[in-house]
Design a protein around this ligand. Structure first.
Ligand code: UDX
Length: 432
């Protein structure tokens, strides 16, 4: 079985790259991984996985003989025709994607008549065309190009890789597109075979749509607070309409992470650069920014001035089951609370190490109850399961105040109020 699967190369061993590499190794391919970060390569060679993602370390270990790591491109070029590119494309100050890592990969390509670049990194529409032009200008016309965007979610990444809703393959109809389709065939997922620009747009539009759903339900939640409706009920009633669907209708402290904020801003910027003002996305971004700060008003409503108040943040990562702090709501919230004179305490089951360097002046606790000891109020920022099952009577005994702000609507309100605490959710009233 293993020998029938074509070998592949993966350039960039970050989130997307490592999951892609481990996933294809699991399916039986020899995978040649390349990264310029020599420390990371050394760790991976020792079998250490430098990111927290459930099941990934086990998958890397289980497929150890098929995974090869190097800081050099040569072995990858020698052993594989299909070169998956999974390098970072972080936002620049202007909101455009920074494509310098992608271009470094393109620059490093030799003249070849049997290789293909398969773009997994999220790039602006038109990037594929531009790369093909650059390759042609340098006499590297033998290179094929495929856009194959990645839709994996952190925390579920391997499962998303192995059970995708669809696989998008944008290409010029040559051997490389066929080879990528073939590579994904064992997953039995619908394949969307299209042109390169459309594939690039599918990725940006999908993320922008999901982010729009979140900002939409956040605004509905805010109106619910003014009108006495319960957004949890509203979302349930809306989501049962199959045209709407239940997912991504959870209100909270806004979306974060490495993709949504960056991709929404990149699509808005891309549209702007071509002369189109994408008004809807401007609102999606603004609603998301304001949503992170609304908690401060909730705290002030109960506590008055926050000067000298002690506030605990339960959860710091941008979502549960990850230690990823990129664009996490906790970053804005902690800084806002500190600016208002509060003392911030925090606990996260896995993100503490990453968070320590980002949250200056915040005091870290080793568990939730320790974080709650002596505080006037707490805010659930990330819906880690251990907060939903917290003993709120014990919490009440530890806290000096009584306010619990459930920033993700993940608690059972009655379990909080039954303990003698005051519950504030997002877009839902406290139980009678
Ligand atoms: C997202 C996309 O889901 C994925 O397809 C893409 O490849 C990368 O971006 P990810 O960033 O891992 O994945 O997280 P996701 O689970 O989608 O959540 C993103 C953010 O939205 C989180 O901050 C989450 O808390 C928030 N969110 C999500 C909500 O506030 N409400 C929801 O209903 C869903």
């Amino acid at each position: 079985m293993a020998s029938e699967r074509p070998p592949i190369a993966v350039i960039g061993t970050g989130y997307v790259g490592l999951v892609t590499a481990a996933g294809f190794a699991q399916l039986g391919s020899e995978v040649w991984c390349v990264d310029i970060d020599t420390d990371k390569i050394a760790r991976l060679e020792r079998g250490e996985v430098p990111i927290y993602e459930p099941g990934l370390a086990e998958c890397v270990v289980a497929n150890r003989e098929r995974l090869h790591f190097s800081d050099q491109l040569a072995p990858a070029l020698e052993h594989s025709r299909l070169l998956f590119v999974a390098v970072g494309t972080p936002p620049t100050y202007s909101g455009d994607a920074d494509l310098s890592a992608v271009h470094a990969v393109v620059d490093a390509m030799p003249v070849s008549d049997h290789h293909a670049l398969i773009m997994k990194s999220t790039v602006p529409v038109g990037t594929g065309e531009a790369i093909k032009r650059i390759l042609a200008e340098r006499g590297k016309t033998g290179f094929s190009y495929v856009s194959c965007p990645e839709f994996l979610k952190e925390g579920d990444a391997l499962d998303d890789f192995l059970h995708p809703d669809r696989v998008v393959v944008g290409d010029d109809g040559d051997w490389a597109g066929d080879a990528v389709v073939e590579l994904y065939a064992p997953l039995s997922a619908p394949i969307v075979r299209t042109d390169v620009a459309s594939a690039e747009m599918i990725k940006l539009a999908a993320n922008a749509f999901l982010a729009t759903k979140i900002s939409f339900i956040n605004e509905i939640a805010n109106v619910c607070e003014e009108t006495g409706a319960d957004v949890v009920e509203v979302a349930r009633g809306m989501g049962l309409d199959h045209r709407i669907g239940q997912s991504f209708l959870k209100p909270g402290l806004g979306f974060g992470g490495s993709c949504f904020p960056k991709d929404v801003s990149a699509l808005k910027q891309l549209a702007g650069n071509s002369g189109y003002h994408f008004q809807l996305l401007t609102a999606v971004i603004e609603v998301n920014e304001l949503q992170k700060r609304r908690v401060v008003a909730k705290l002030q409503k109960h506590l008055g001035s926050l000067v000298g108040r002690k506030i605990a943040l339960l959860g710091l990562a941008f979502k549960p089951h990850t230690d990823d702090m990129r664009e996490a709501s906790s970053l804005v919230l902690a800084a806002r609370l500190q600016a208002d004179g509060a003392k911030v305490y925090a606990y996260d089951p896995v993100a503490e190490e990453v968070a320590r360097s980002l949250l200056v002046g915040v005091e870290f606790a080793t568990d939730a109850l320790e974080a709650l000891t002596g505080v006037d109020a707490c805010v659930v920022v990330t819906e880690w399961p251990e907060f939903t099952t917290l003993d709120w009577s014990e919490a009440q005994a530890r806290m000096s105040g009584t306010l619990v702000v459930d920033g993700r609507n993940c608690l059972e309100p009655s379990s909080v109020t039954a303990a003698g605490l005051v519950y504030e959710g997002i877009g839902r009233g406290a139980p009678e």
